[in-house]
Design a protein around this ligand. Structure first.
Ligand code: ADP
Ligand code: MG
Length: 579
């Protein structure tokens, strides 16, 4: 049978996993890594590449790389990349295509079905954008699963049989999500979810970059506008330093010159205390979603048996300390915080495919937002439009179907405009318009003709709205999916064609490509004598590649790797296997 894969499509890192008879397991990428950076590069020859090589390339050629595009999913924003523009769906599609091909290499057969995760707080549009990205990659998205739910599923799978209430605390590169989950009798029930769509580790890195520039009398905004290479390299330096400060007390950030060169770099020493002072005001923003999730789950902090940490940014000692202060106990990280979401997605994929290993697990999730329609209200004799009337309250268990009765407001009103919104505001202007349609065929008569509006919210968080004219039983059904402002069928088809035109590098070349990109970056950072040495190694490596002789290539690879491990020890581990 064709395997169904589980994918964590992250802002910073993505991962793919599958369910084995003994549990979920990560599928390695072409570099042997367990996670793949969500970065897309496009070189001069029009070839795309994804992952660690693109992340390295980004430091030297930010104009030829795109990252963090998940933040723009479901918006009209496009991103420039190598002189072209791409939608966030297309870029995510390219990441998914790489993961799909890793899975195909792993299984030795085509893979076309996947469960993909998204932040619980993703709205309807963002979810549909995620489904579109999957389709652009040639994947049928069997289920969109909330990331914290996926994490809980991974824990639930590994630690079944213990009845507990968990709080899943997921702080990734760009988003913060919190969910409260109940585990009992082989059932996993999400009680509530809340979050912030723009709060994550990147914010710490960028704030660090800004402060470091400030320390040497420069402005980040100005640098961003005028010296993009300096900023790209500085941000990369800060990223490495930030992670180092999770283990050590100080780290040095080298600020390159305006051209991004390190010849006259200024060294700035940053302490963990510095970083924590800068990070604190950002981290303060976790409070509100936590309070809301607790309130919606009708839970106190004391009733949380365990706090589970998910996401790379939870490696920061400050974050761990803050969580401990809030809940009065040490948070848990038994499963790798980078992998747990993909593992949970793989279990869900097993549920979809009815794998034997998960027969007993029942999972229920909640709608993260209130869904409703616009209504008019009478104030004295005045009729005022623009009010939001909830049909499904936020954090209602899904799938769910709710019906509410509405009436016409004018005599002989023959049609009713149904405007569907999502959000928590009392006025519709504060909420997100998901779609609208007209219900015609209402019989003539006085005001007060009845129309039932039914909202059906499925497991993927996709909404269907049905209106019935009560007196005639006439029904109008509207699947928001097809009319939402996301990509239309035709747009998806066009994107598929466009993305197929882009050449991809053969998988076998991935290792060499990563090595080259990393060496090129390090080259720029080195003093003259070491530069010469690395230059020679690089020449040898490129000559070796020309010969296509595997033995010669391996020899040069090794020499380069030894050099890099000595002179770029802080360099990113392409495999993502480092703890
Ligand atoms: P996402 O789910 O958004 O793709 P991840 O869960 O992979 O993100 O987390 C990525 C974030 O975690 C990045 O901002 C990265 O800097 C941060 N991170 C990873 N390791 C560490 C560490 N050791 N210390 C501090 N931050 C870290
Ligand atoms: Mg994540």
């Amino acid at each position: 049978m064709e395997p169904i894969i589980g994918i964590d499509l992250g802002t910073t890192n993505s991962a793919v996993a599958h369910l084995t008879p003994t549990g979920p397991e990560l599928i390695p990428n072409s570099l042997g890594g367990r996670v793949t950076p969500s970065v897309v590069g496009l070189d001069e020859s029009g070839t795309v590449f994804v992952g660690a090589a693109a992340r390295e390339f980004q430091v030297l050629r930010p104009d030829r790389c795109a990252a963090l595009f998940k933040r723009y999913m479901g918006t009209d924003r496009t991103l420039p990349l190598g002189g072209k523009t791409f939608t966030p769906e297309e870029l995510s599609g390219l990441v998914l295509r790489a993961l799909k091909s890793d899975a195909e290499a792993f299984f030795g057969q085509p893979v076309t079905r996947a469960v993909i995760t998204c932040p619980a707080y993703f709205n309807d549009r963002q979810r549909k954008a995620t489904i579109a990205a999957g389709r652009i990659a040639g994947l049928t998205v069997e289920r969109i699963l909330n990331e914290p739910t996926a994490a809980a599923i991974a824990y639930g799978f590994h630690e079944a049989g213990q009845d507990r209430r968990l709080l899943i605390f997921d702080l990734g590169g760009g988003t913060f999500d919190v969910s409260i989950v109940e585990l009992f009798d082989g059932t996993l029930e999400v009680r509530s979810s809340a979050g912030e769509t723009s709060l994550g580790g990147e914010d710490f890195t960028r704030s660090m970059a800004a402060r470091v520039l400030e320390m040497i009398g420069m402005s980040f905004e100005r640098a961003e506008a005028t010296t993009p290479l300096l900023v790209a390299r500085l941000v990369q330096q800060c990223e490495v330093a930030k992670c180092r400060l999770s283990r050590e007390e100080t780290a040095v950030v080298r600020v390159p010159d305006a051209a991004g060169e390190f010849k006259n770099a200024k060294d700035v020493t940053v302490t963990r205390e510095n970083l924590e002072t800068w990070a604190n005001p950002i981290l303060a923003r976790i409070e509100l979603p936590i309070r809301r999730a607790l309130a919606d789950a009708k839970s106190t902090r004391d009733q949380i048996n365990e706090v589970i940490l998910v996401g790379g940014a939870t490696r920061m000692p400050l974050v761990i300390r803050r969580v401990k202060e809030m809940f009065g106990k040490d948070p848990h990280r038994r499963l790798n915080p980078d992998e747990v979401v993909a593992l949970g997605a793989a279990v869900q994929a097993g549920l979809v495919g009815r794998a034997g290993a998960v027969e007993d697990l029942v999972v229920t999730d909640v709608a993260p937002f209130t869904l409703g329609v616009e209504v008019a209200k009478h104030f004295g004799g005045d009729l005022q439009n623009g009010f939001f009337d909830p049909v499904i309250d936020r954090n209602t268990t899904i799938p769910v179907s709710r019906v509410k009765r509405y009436t016409t407001v004018a005599p002989n009103q023959r049609s009713l405009a149904v405007k569907v919104y999502q959000g928590e505001g009392r006025k519709v202007t504060d909420n997100l318009l998901l779609g609208e349609f007209d219900v015609g065929g209402i019989p003539a008569g006085p005001a007060g003709q009845e129309v039932d509006i039914r909202f059906t919210y499925d497991m993927n968080g996709v909404l269907e709205v049905e209106a019935t004219v009560v007196s005639t039983k006439r029904k109008v059904t509207h699947v928001i999916a097809r009319h939402a402002k996301g990509l239309t069928e035709e747009q998806v088809r066009r994107a598929v064609r466009e993305m197929e035109k882009l050449k991809a590098h053969p998988r076998e070349e991935a290792v060499n490509r990563f090595l080259l990109a990393r060496a090129e970056r390090v080259f720029k950072e080195l003093p003259a004598d070491l530069r010469r040495a690395l230059g020679e190694l690089l020449d040898g490596f490129e000559a070796g590649l020309e010969t296509r002789d595997p033995e010669a290539i391996a020899k040069h690879q090794e020499a380069l790797n030894i050099f890099l491990s000595l002179h770029d020890p802080a360099g990113d581990d392409p495999t993502g296997n480092a703890e």
